[in-house]
Design a protein around this ligand. Sequence first.
Ligand code: SAM
Length: 275
Amino acid sequence: MNKAELIARCADAGISPNRRLGQNFLFNETIIARIVAAAGIQPTDRVLEIGPGMGTLTEAIAERAASVHAIEIDAGLARHLRDAFAHRDTVTISHADFLKSAPVPGITKIISNLPYYCASEILFAIATGYANPETYVMLQREMAARIAARPGGKDYGALTVTLGFYFSMERLFDIDKQSFHPAPEVTSTFIRLARTDIAAHDARWIERFHTVVKSAFWGRRKPILGALVESPHARFVRDGVIAALASCMIPPNTRAERLSVDDYRALTEALAERE
Ligand code: SAM
């Protein structure tokens, strides 16, 4: 499909893209083909798509997967998609806010061109609500850089560590703004997220990990000892923090952005032992 055809399809359906909902529709068929090839869709896959928009990617996924469950927040788009996919009984369209929806059971793969305004919340909801081994998403190039960042780099932050706990990330390719209607202001990047093994940790441990990370980055400019002890997110006792840092061989004057995901795991463990 070219841009003129997508615009005509939107006009026929009475849809004008809503920027507030991050509606930048992908029409470049070469890119759509690259996405479905990179995602390695199997005939047994039960795919979840968040924000199907005008359904261009949905169609390509539906041709290869056992089923597609697409969740779209926009009532007009959801109505249009139900009509457009009425001939395919393997496609389910839910009109809902993904962030307020219960996880869809049985999903084996997630593929989505994410709405950029809430991409980090969606990734966190996928991390905590789903168990599929692989997730493929398109997001802003800057956000992909933050997820992929290494300790000490300018893009490294709480988002990197939080998502790094659940996923290992691979940047696959960039997508030019002109592949979308309307063209977004930034370049997009398509990434693969493979789930890490967190089975050893229970819900309480994971909650504590998030508290440690939030606390450390709350005081981003502070040394880690001060950031943790003065954190508004927790009540860590100074002596316990000093002992936990020592047991992890982390100097108390280290800054949050210098510590790896493994350092944060070790610190969570060490702090738990001193609670
Ligand atoms: N997948 C389509 C494509 O590639 O052309 C559309 C992608 S567009 C970047 C993002 C889509 O997500 C829009 O259709 C928008 O309405 C939808 N959306 C935004 N927020 C959402 C939410 N919280 N839950 C579900 N869908 C959402």
